[in-house]
Design a protein around this ligand. Sequence first.
Ligand SMILES: [Zn+2]
Length: 401
Amino acid sequence: MSSEVVELLQDLVRTPSVNPMGRDVSGDIYLEHRMTARLEQWFETLGVPWKRYTVMPDRDNIAAVFHGAPDAPIIVLEAHQDTVPIDGMIIEPFDPVIEGGKMFGRGSCDIKGGMACMMTAFKRLVENPPENPPTVMMACSVNEEFGMAGAENLCHFWQPGEHSLVEREPTCVIVAEPTLLNVVVAHKGVARFHVYVDGVACHSSQPELGHNAIYRMSRIIDLFEEYATEVVPTLGEHPRCGKPTLSVGMISGGISVNTVPDFCQIEIDRRVLPEEEPRDAFNHITEYISGKLQELYPEWADDVRFSDDPNLKYGLTDSFNGPLASSLQSIIQSMAIDCELMGVPYGTDAKAFSRAGIQTVVLGPGSIDQAHTKDEWVEIDQLEMAVEVYWNAINQLPAQL
Ligand SMILES: [Zn+2]
């Protein structure tokens, strides 16, 4: 079986765009520039205006626009160009094999599948516009999987300036991620940071002459566990996203087994609620841990430091995207597809647009369970349905949300 969206997705899967995820790696599968070139060529062939915006070297956002009726809404369809790495995969990552109603390959599910569906609906709009069509922008960001810097720069496509494609702010943004065609209205954000502790190094044959930084860190980790289990669950709850969480995810320290270590560091992941300020969450932790350390270990409490520059990401709030979400839900339910309004634990590009005050939801084909996996795949049925969902959204979303 083959259809337009299937062939397009095969083409996108064959075009590697692996995010290095902060690692020092190079090679012809890394970064998004091959995808961006492919998209540029596709928009050019379709005959629509497009623009690129360089976020980092070899990493350009690209967007194209179909101009609708003057008073019609501006709908942005957004998908990220990058995929996670291919380490440990048990299938050919860039050979889009179709078997048993599924297409395999890196990005097939997250989120080249969703991108191909959006592009197919966009192409249908360009070639056969309905009466009074909306303006639709197809926007493709870079670096979603590691930092989400691309989404924060997409606003250049609707703000005045040389990259502007539309004359005013969009009415709404639909972000593609694998949601099984449910509408994700809220997700958590995150505060990530390091904790460092110093000690005094000496030969391990005379450990009494030094101060072991790893022992010190083990005390700090106990405090984090206490904070994670006793304090964090009391810091609020969201009806769709549950409670905030904290996890100590990384540890390193020491230079050799025969040296008492003078340094140890850990890295923390604190998931914040959709409306929680990540900076406040970070400050709350540092005050709690510092206070406990001063009380319990005053002799070395001052040797403990926290990241100066924590990585803070907001969540997606459902405080004002209700009209978009319920319109989409009725459109999807009228197609006899199950559709719930949901909160999810993972982060997406959506929060960048929501933070800018634009009604934004996440909606796409495939399940997040297949994203990032060693045999990543997406169901062809999901792709075919998603094309119709996006097409109906373009045609049926009300002009005023
Ligand atoms: Zn994704």
